[in-house]
Design a protein around this ligand. Structure first.
Ligand SMILES: Cc1cc2nc3c(=O)[nH]c(=O)nc-3n(C[C@H](O)[C@H](O)[C@H](O)COP(=O)(O)OP(=O)(O)OC[C@H]3O[C@@H](n4cnc5c(N)ncnc54)[C@H](O)[C@@H]3O)c2cc1C
Length: 438
């Protein structure tokens, strides 16, 4: 078999890349191991940059019709002794953009929307229930899992989009060093009250519950547990789980109780890594195959989409200009590596803020979140970095303001000052300028 671009893995990253390529009339083949939709929970929060990418792909209306818009994240810190709750609100609209909101959508629904759009193009080929087993003489070995037969694929470029366990990464000889955390999460989706419409994180000094509304009056939840305690917790009656949620969020009474067994509640183990290389010869890695983040900042799925966008644009230009030199692939990590590093740092710091069950850490967190909310520069930086629309690192002064060592700033940033921090097309796709492709 022959194809121009071979993609191993039809997850969110592989499909975004494939749709971009199909729209450029590039012959693209996606090999997906699963036979169909899976009930395993994965990322569901689309950040503003990803919404812009789907807008460019002509899918935003459909994505919005199947999603739930989130304008702000409410971070509530409860003091168990006094029974008081402090709330800090992080608003997406502090970032001046057409996409100043995020959106929750079922992971499999989003994949279906992208795949169906790609199916409209004759140059898109999708093979499910088939697995890329590795490589032989520069060709990909694909096993049809139903027929139990193997086929070889020749291609100009091979993309590893298989998620954490990547045969393409193995073939490229790229190692990953995993960072684990002292906690895991229980995660489950269940019905929500219709009035519960914004993202909410509720914490005490030793507990954490994240609630993110989905469409059709559902909510995806994550509850932090110490690493290694899952088996013991599961032995308790399901009412124990209901109580954990209701104690932190009484609004969920009558809703979380609709979960009638532990079977639908899944364990999520956060892991972080960032490999040293994204490309080798005519191969490239995208999404979880090359980097994985702690889910706290809701970036994992977005990083895969944003990889797919940049690599897709690059390959489209390479094919359009007939400049298929593998050297050109270097532009992909050139754009993505620093952005990924920034989002990994953000996710890691957010994870650390909730990792230690000490009262002093809880107090520090409460003050720090209030400061981010109230200081206009900190608030903008936080939401800009989360959104993926731009990147602006914290300075020592920022940290001191956040820690309460310096007073908050009172002068807000102007729209022009903020707009300067947004990524430009030139920063997203720098090779397009000055004929950079060889
Ligand atoms: C269990 C779990 C829960 C998560 N929960 C969250 C969350 O709550 N919030 C969040 O932001 N992020 C979460 N993430 C992360 C987020 O979902 C991922 O970052 C995102 O899905 C990455 O997309 P991807 O396309 O790179 O990889 P994946 O989504 O993993 O897709 C890879 C695809 O490749 C296929 N595949 C694998 N090997 C082969 C092969 N050899 N041949 C053919 N196909 C293959 C797989 O079946 C899969 O469909 C979670 C991830 C996991 C694994």
């Amino acid at each position: 078999m022959k194809t121009d671009v071979f993609i191993s893995g039809g997850g969110i990253g592989g499909l975004t890349l494939a749709l971009k390529l199909a729209k450029c009339n590039i012959d693209v083949t996606v090999i997906e191991r699963l036979p169909g939709p899976t009930p395993v929970y994965k990322g569901e929060l689309l950040q503003p940059k990803s919404l812009g990418i789907f807008d460019d792909l002509g899918l935003l209306d459909e994505v919005k019709a199947n999603g739930h818009v989130i304008d702000e994240l409410n971070l509530v810190e409860i003091d168990k002794n006094s029974g008081t709750a402090d709330e800090s609100n992080m608003k997406y609209n502090v970032v001046p953009s057409k996409y100043s909101y995020s959106l929750m959508i079922h992971h499999e629904k989003l994949k279906e929307i992208i795949r169906d759009a790609a199916m409209e193009f004759p140059s898109f080929h999708y093979k499910s229930n088939s697995s890329c087993k590795g490589f032989s003489d520069g060709k990909a070995v694909v096993e049809d899992r139903k027929e139990k037969k193997e086929e070889l694929y020749e291609s100009s470029f091979f993309i590893g989009a298989e998620g954490r366990v990547s045969v393409t990464r193995q073939e490229m000889g790229i190692e990953k060093e995993e960072n684990e955390y002292n906690h895991h999460f229980l995660t489950v989706t269940f019905p929500r009250p219709p009035s519960f419409t914004e993202g909410k994180i509720i914490s005490t000094f030793d507990r954490f519950l994240g609630l993110f509304p989905l469409p059709n009056n559902e909510v995806r939840s994550v509850y932090l547990i110490p690493a290694g305690e899952y088996k013991e917790i599961r032995k308790k009656p399901i009412e124990y789980f209901h109580d954990l949620y209701i104690e932190l969020c009484p609004e969920m009474d009558g809703y979380v109780n609709q979960i009638d067994s532990w079977k639908t509640i899944q364990l999520m183990v956060p892991v972080a890594y960032h490999t040293d290389h994204y490309i080798k010869d005519n191969k490239a890695l995208i999404g979880d195959a090359v980097h994985t983040v702690h889910p706290m900042a809701g970036e994992g799925m977005n990083m895969a989409i944003q990889d797919g966008d940049v690599l897709g644009e690059l390959l489209c230009d390479m094919f359009a200009k007939d400049k298929l030199n593998e050297e050109n692939l270097k532009w992909f990590p050139h754009v993505r590596r620093e952005r990924v590093k920034n989002q990994m740092k953000l996710s890691h710091l957010s994870a650390l803020a909730y990792s230690y069950p000490y009262k002093s850490v809880g107090k520090l967190r409460k003050r720090s979140l209030k400061r981010i909310e109230q200081d206009p520069v900190l608030h903008f930086k936080q939401m800009l970095n989360i959104s993926g629309l731009g990147m602006w690192q914290d300075t020592v002064k920022d940290r001191m303001i956040q820690g309460g060592l310096l007073p908050k700033r009172s002068t807000p940033l102007t729209t022009e000052e903020k707009a300067e921090k947004l990524f430009t097309e030139r920063e997203d796709y720098p090779w397009k300028w000055k004929e950079q492709l060889v």
